[in-house]
Write a protein that binds this ligand. Sequence first.
Ligand code: GSH
Length: 219
Amino acid sequence: MITLYGFGKIFPEGVGETKDMWVQWALEETGLPYRVHALDHSAGELDSEAYSRISPFRQVPVIDDEGFVVAESAAIVLYLAEKSGTLIPHDVQGRTRVMQWCVGAVGTVGATLMCLDFIGMFDSEKAATQLQEEVPKLAGRWLGHLERRLEGREWIACAQFTVADVMMAGELRSIRKTGLMEPFPRLKAYYERCVNRPAWQRTLTLYAERLGVSVHDIR
Ligand SMILES: N[C@@H](CCC(=O)N[C@@H](CS)C(=O)NCC(=O)O)C(=O)O
């Protein structure tokens, strides 16, 4: 039986806006049997030791399918589709197309819509200052959880290097010159491990040639 970790209690503005609803929707579509474990956000249940063991970023939603735990709404709905054999085509190209749009939903569309939420949360006169304060705090929160994830691990998803490392290091690269990784030694070492891979070094060289610039300038 699948357990969906969702909200039981949350601050009033959050009610009706949370991503556990998307997962429950997918569960309802597939017909897979499930139960909901309702968490009390206000009581700090997302920060409990037990929950932090299953939720990498201490967020909702998470599912536990008889010991197989998945976080991140897009990954969860893809798993549910794969498991049930519904809501996703069977061929690799069709499945990749669905994956493309799930990633596009959270990574491209969702990331920007979240900025709109942020702007709406702040007083318009002070929005710029508040954003300058809040966004680095949020970044620090995610980086801190990545640091936690990397304890005793070489790579982010599996024992071996995977495309998840290509993506995570790709994203981390955007802050390589900011010093934001400094407080996180495991994350810094992980990033270095990723970018020291010969395939990345070859990529940098090929990219520099293609753009007609020096490798030194884009490191
Ligand atoms: N990227 C995550 C985002 C999850 C997320 O934003 N969760 C929110 C509720 S919708 C949450 O748990 N907020 C509570 C918190 O961050 O403390 C996903 O798609 O699952």
